[in-house]
Ligand binder design. Structure first.
Ligand SMILES: Nc1ncnc2c1ncn2[C@@H]1O[C@H](COP(=O)(O)OP(=O)(O)OP(=O)(O)O)[C@@H](O)[C@H]1O
Ligand SMILES: [Mg+2]
Length: 592
């Protein structure tokens, strides 16, 4: 219970550092015993001079040689102690370093293996907190707590053996009192565990809120909701403060109890030694020796107790880390993407397990053809694209590429064959060149510029530093349309066989949009293009159009067929073209 075997097994490297740490602390203890022995010896001599003038010991009280030897021994022992202290902190540092590195690597690898769908199971804020703060908490567990755990068992036993030669009764009493400290720790641990898991829950909840509020700060300000968000955050912080205070109170109280036991136990040991002295069982020197060492019985356990709380914190974090590491992974497929058509058969999908967002979808996205998916907002178009990109995997029915199930295809091979451009493509902080090169690392500047030219943005980028143009995180120094055009240029460079454009041109001005659409139509001649849009005018040329309505596939066919069917598509198309005609006429009026 106090040692987490699984955790230690995760970082086998730490074992040797922990052992080395315990050994150096033990050597330091041995040196301390020698020093205390010398001190007791010298004081014993002095005492003998006052109480018992004519003994051998009393003579030694004035012998310079005795002092010289004692001083030399003490000096050597002090040097040994200093070296041991240094070594022990070195080993402690090394094991916590190994632990941090290994665990962070494991978490990172796990997130990579979970792939694009990790958010299905864990929030981003939680992942960040667990891997940064959570792993930090384990530093104390490995660096201090574990070595101390073994040392705190070893030290009293060693002292017991030494003191049993001096006065077995005192040694026994001291040894018996020591386990009272871990016993109180165990009792405290019982309810501390619940408290700490609550503490961590509150902590990650606060992190979630904070991250979200920070990301939505501008929006919150526009709607004057920043006050409300502020209060919300305050309430959560207050909860967090309260639970932190509870944790601290618990820790402080248990420290007081442990101090009481430690010093009380030492006092009892000393009393037994003194009684031994007054009854003539112990000599004066022996009694001093016992008294000087009695606190050392308890100090290691007492220190263990103080590490214990930080270690407990670490254990609570460990639960979170294991929860993350234990998340079930999609058996990441190994198959190649291949050249077959993408086929949905009877696919039903729900985000929350409650409401079906896609219902019994069966469709074939033919390779080499131009397919469009249209439908009202919320009809499930992006969700459909998300399934192809393996962002979600918990659908029923099957999605296959040729004869291979999509689930069996590796993410790597998927991304080598499919490029997705969504409505808010992500640009990274850095230069324009860096953003483009990620799609094709070996592209020449000329190729990059050609791609920019194709999306009508070359003129703008040339005026702003060319390929070395600075781009801020999320493309914040660009307009939405500019971001989008650069993202499409990047997609063009990626040169995959399949392209999915999901409302990719929605925030681009009309002229550029029609340029880019003709570019997409051009691409459709040599590539597989899946165009998701709600502007039906854009899909007239598509080989096949699928019409979604509330998660169901209601119609499919080419434009002509669908218009003749006189169904959903036809009426939508009519409404939209009427609207656009009115706009066009208005524009003509204004021109006149
Ligand atoms: N991450 C998500 N978690 C839960 N529900 C979601 C999520 N994303 C979308 N939905 C729900 O799934 C439904 C379909 O959403 P989807 O984004 O696929 O629509 P869409 O057809 O792409 O709409 P639009 O034209 O507005 O982009 C919506 O009702 C939406 O509420
Ligand atoms: Mg969408």
């Amino acid at each position: 219970m106090m040692i987490n075997k699984r955790l230690i097994a995760l970082v086998p490297e730490s074992r040797k550092y922990i052992t080395a740490n315990v050994v150096s602390q033990w050597v330091s203890l041995a040196a301390n015993v020698v020093i205390m022995g010398e001190v007791a010896f010298l004081l014993g001599n002095a005492g003998a001079y006052f109480f018992d003038h004519k003994s051998e010991a009393a003579d030694r009280a004035f012998d310079a040689n005795v002092y010289f030897t004692a001083a030399s021994i003490c000096l050597i022992m002090l040097i040994i102690k200093a070296i041991c202290t240094y070594l022990s902190s070195r080993f402690s540092y090394k094991s916590s370093k190994a632990v941090k590195k290994t665990l962070r690597q494991m978490i990172y690898d796990k997130i990579l293996r979970l792939g694009a769908s990790y958010t299905e199971n864990a929030s981003t804020a939680e992942v960040v907190q667990v891997s940064v703060e959570g792993v930090d908490q384990l530093e104390t567990y490995f660096g201090s707590y574990l070595p101390q755990f073994f040392y705190a068992t070893l030290a009293p036993l060693t002292l017991f053996i030494v003191l049993s030669f001096v006065d077995i009764w005192s040694a026994l009493v001291l040894l018996i009192c020591v386990p009272m400290i871990p016993m109180t720790i165990i009792v405290i641990q019982k309810w501390a565990k619940k408290l700490l898991s609550k503490y961590w829950g509150q902590y990650t909840a606060l992190g979630d809120t904070f991250l979200e509020n920070l990301q939505g700060l501008t929006t919150a300000k526009i709607y004057g909701a920043d006050d409300y968000k502020h209060r919300e955050l305050n309430t959560q912080s207050e909860h967090f403060r309260k639970i932190t205070m509870k944790v601290l109170t618990m820790q402080l109280n248990s420290v007081t109890i442990m101090d009481f036991i430690a010093y009380g136990g030492a006092a009892v040991g000393m009393i037994v030694a003194l009684v031994g002295y007054s009854s003539g069982r112990n000599t004066f020197t022996d009694t001093l020796f016992i008294m000087l060492l009695s606190a050392d019985f308890f100090i290691p356990m007492r220190i263990l107790g103080s590490f214990f709380h930080v270690a407990m914190n670490g254990m609570a974090a460990t639960d979170k880390i294991f929860k993350l590491l234990d998340l079930e992974e999609e058996k990441s497929g190994r198959e190649e993407f291949g050249r077959g058509d993408i086929e949905f058969s009877d696919v039903t999908f729900s985000y929350d397990g409650d409401r079906n967002v896609l219902n019994n979808i069966s469709m074939k996205l033919k390779r080499g053809s131009f397919t469009a998916v249209v439908g009202e907002s919320g009809s499930g178009k992006s969700t459909l694209a998300g399934l192809i990109m393996k962002r979600n995997s918990s659908y029923s029915g099957s999605i296959t590429v040729g004869k291979t199930a999509l689930a069996d295809i590796s993410e790597k091979s998927l991304y080598e064959n499919v490029t997705y451009v969504g409505i808010n493509a992500y640009l990274f902080g850095g230069t324009l060149r860096e953003n483009l090169l990620m799609a094709k690392p070996d592209a020449t500047d000329e190729e990059l510029n050609r791609a920019l030219h194709r999306v009508n943005i070359l003129e703008f980028t040339n005026q702003n530093g060319g390929l070395d143009m600075k781009i801020l995180e999320r493309g914040e120094n660009l307009s939405g349309g500019q971001c989008q055009r650069i993202a499409i240029a990047r997609a063009l460079l990626h040169d995959t066989d399949i392209y999915i454009f999901d409302e990719a041109t929605s925030n681009i001005d009309v002229e550029s949009e029609s340029d880019i659409l003709s570019l997409i139509h051009e691409m459709a001649k040599s590539k597989t293009v899946i165009l998701i849009t709600h502007r039906l005018a854009n899909v007239i040329n598509a080989d096949r159009i699928y019409v979604l309505c509330e998660g169901k596939l209601v119609e499919s066919g080419n434009h002509e067929e669908l218009v003749n069917q006189n169904g959903t598509y036809a009426s939508l198309y009519k409404t939209q073209s009427e609207l656009e005609n009115i706009r066009r006429e208005d524009a003509h009026e204004e021109e006149k």
